[in-house]
Design a protein around this ligand. Structure first.
Ligand code: C2E
Length: 556
């Protein structure tokens, strides 16, 4: 999970994922486009194959129909006037065939156009015998027509029952079709399965016979094999893709553009969604829970005695990559997303459970929780803390609520809630005094139990504005009759200086103890809880003469 989390948390990895999506989507769209183009090219090839086939099939179909008609009821005297009239009438019917002949004993003896021939014409033995075709027709391919008075012309003859019709040469008829760059073969198929070459590249039909229609990956070519409706003629067409594609170049360019646009749009969309999904805010909201919220505890010292008398509960959150996140990062999210109550419930529940398990029995402590002003109400907080108020269960913990200075609050309603909570032993401090919304008027009006002076005062460098204001701030709070907790004490000098003020009752800061997990806290308290700590550790002098030396660190 952590490895996966790191993948999504790094902006660079997200960019890589988005790029991968861009490539995948673009390639998919372009591949789909190429597939569509190939299908289209195949349809185109089929159409061209059908046209080639049609050149042959059309006349054979017509010839067979004509032979059917001629053989129906021929007059009894072959080549007589009635017979010739009968042939001429039939010759009007078909489209493109106008030579009808009659033969006896293998010799043509009369024609519909010329009547009885002066000299019978022989075309020799048929190339296809009647028993080789499904229609009982004989065929003579490409015979010169000079004997019929048509010098220089050739045609194929189809015959049955003595009648013959002449089919003009294929090249001279049929639809105009571009055969350039087209590797094809037209064959006539016999009942035996044999094929007679009738046009195009000899042997192509035989070579591709088993592959039928489809795509040949060997030579990256499209190929189709189709037979006409009579089953007499078949055509095989083979076209390398490289030859077919130029005709589809506009489509190809369009698909590349669409692919690029889709790829970019989807990668942007996914990246935006991923960024949002894996943003800190969303991660936090998704994973906020008892398991991911951790509590750190910072000791609070009573200045007069040097005893550790309390601790402040400070929340941390564990991110999905295991990193510890501090409140300044997640508190704004909590407030923005309206999760303050849920968060406070988790922190209080967790701290209560941890402290009950780890704190030495004899240790009397005041435990301070930070509370958002909007959640400061008896109705919400008492159920969370009430049962552990002194005099009920676990009297060793006194609870203090520190109202953090994130929002302003309504003094009148806070006053009411404060009074009710105090009745149950729950005390309230104003947190971060000096930098937030509270002012001396607020302190005067509210029945608060104490004020926490913001750490920026104690941490300020000597001679700075905040450092100069510190005694006056203490004076001010003290004059309003409140106890003061000073936080942010990092050095022995500061602690000593503040101890001299009659207004400072408690101190908190790295010098006394850093916020620590409960197991460390339990060791810390085992040593210091309730014991007077008049002997503060000797100061370690650093290069600036003011080094931070937490108590716990020194004594261990
Ligand atoms: N440099 C320095 N810093 C010191 C020293 N002593 C204490 N601090 C830091 O000062 C902050 C004291 O808490 P805060 O004023 O209540 O200020 C808290 C409090 O306002 C808020 N917060 C923390 N936990 C919670 C919580 O559970 N609920 C709410 N609502 N707010 C919380 O987040 C603020 C910041 O908390 P942290 O980051 O833990 O920061 C803590 C603590 O680590 C010191 O000597 N030097």
């Amino acid at each position: 999970m952590t490895v996966l989390a790191k993948l999504f948390l790094s902006a660079r990895q997200l960019r890589l994922i988005a790029t991968a999506i861009w490539i995948a989507v673009s390639c998919s769209v372009i591949s789909a486009g190429i597939f569509y183009i190939v299908l289209d090219a195949r349809e185109d090839l089929k159409a061209r194959g059908d046209m080639l086939l049609e050149e042959h099939a059309r006349f054979s179909r017509t010839a067979i129909e004509l032979l059917d008609i001629l053989n129906k009821q021929p007059p009894s005297e072959p080549c007589g006037p009635a017979f010739l009239e009968y042939m001429r009438k039939a010759a009007f019917l078909p489209d493109g065939i106008n030579t009808i002949l009659y033969s006896e004993g293998g010799n043509v003896v009369c024609s519909a156009n010329s009547g009885r021939l002066a000299t019978p014409v022989s075309f020799g033995a048929p190339d296809v015998a009647a028993e080789d075709t499904p229609y009982g027709i004989e065929i003579w391919f490409d015979r010169p027509q000079s004997g019929l008075g048509l010098p220089g012309e050739t045609g194929s003859l189809v015959g049955r029952g003595g009648f013959l019709v002449v089919i003009p040469a294929a090249s001279a008829v049929g639809p105009a079709i571009s055969k350039e760059s087209l590797d094809y073969e037209v064959v006539m198929t016999l009942l035996s399965g044999a094929a007679i070459h009738r046009g195009g590249t000899t042997g192509l039909h035989e070579a591709l016979r088993d592959e039928q229609a489809g795509f040949s990956f060997g030579d990256m070519a499209l190929q189709i094999s189709r037979c006409g409706d009579l089953g007499l003629f078949c055509v095989t067409v083979h076209q390398p893709l490289a030859q077919a594609l130029p005709a589809f170049l506009p489509q190809l360019i369009a698909f590349v553009l669409i692919g690029a646009i889709c790829g970019s749009a989807s990668s942007r969309y996914v990246e935006r969604r991923m960024r949002r999904y894996w943003s800190f805010e969303e991660r936090f909201v998704r994973n906020l829970g008892f398991e991911t919220v951790n509590c750190a505890y910072q000791p609070v010292m009573e200045v007069a005695t040097g005893k550790i008398v309390g601790l402040e509960v400070l929340a941390r959150w564990r991110d999905i990559d295991g990193q510890q996140v501090y409140p300044d990062q997640f508190l704004p999210v909590i407030q923005m997303r309206g999760l303050t109550r849920r968060f406070t419930e988790i922190v209080i529940a967790k701290a209560k459970a941890e402290l009950a398990d780890h704190i030495p029995e004899e240790c009397q402590l005041q435990v301070a929780f930070n509370i958002f002003p909007r959640d400061y109400s008896y109705e919400f907080l008492f159920p969370l803390l009430g049962e552990r108020v002194p005099g009920t269960i676990q009297p060793r913990f006194d609870y203090v609520l520190e109202i953090v200075e994130t929002d302003s609050f309504d003094v009148a309603s806070v006053k009411k809630e404060m009074t009710m909570l105090r009745r149950h032993g729950i005390r309230t401090f104003i947190d971060d005094f000096g930098i937030g919304f509270s002012n001396i008027g607020t302190l005067a009006e509210l029945p608060i139990d104490g004020v926490k002076l913001d750490r920026s005062f104690a941490m300020a460098a000597d001679g700075s504005l905040f450092a100069n204001m510190l005694p006056r701030a203490l004076e001010l709070i003290g004059s309003a009759g409140h106890r003061v907790v000073v936080e942010g004490i990092e050095t022995r000098q500061r602690l000593e200086a503040l101890s001299a003020s009659p207004h400072v009752e408690f101190a908190q800061g790295y010098f006394i103890g850093r916020p620590m997990p409960v197991d460390k806290l339990s060791m810390f308290l085992a040593e210091y809880c309730g014991k007077p700590d008049s002997l503060l550790p000797p100061q370690e002098i650093g290069p600036n003469g003011d080094k931070i030396v937490p108590i716990g660190q020194h004594r261990r």
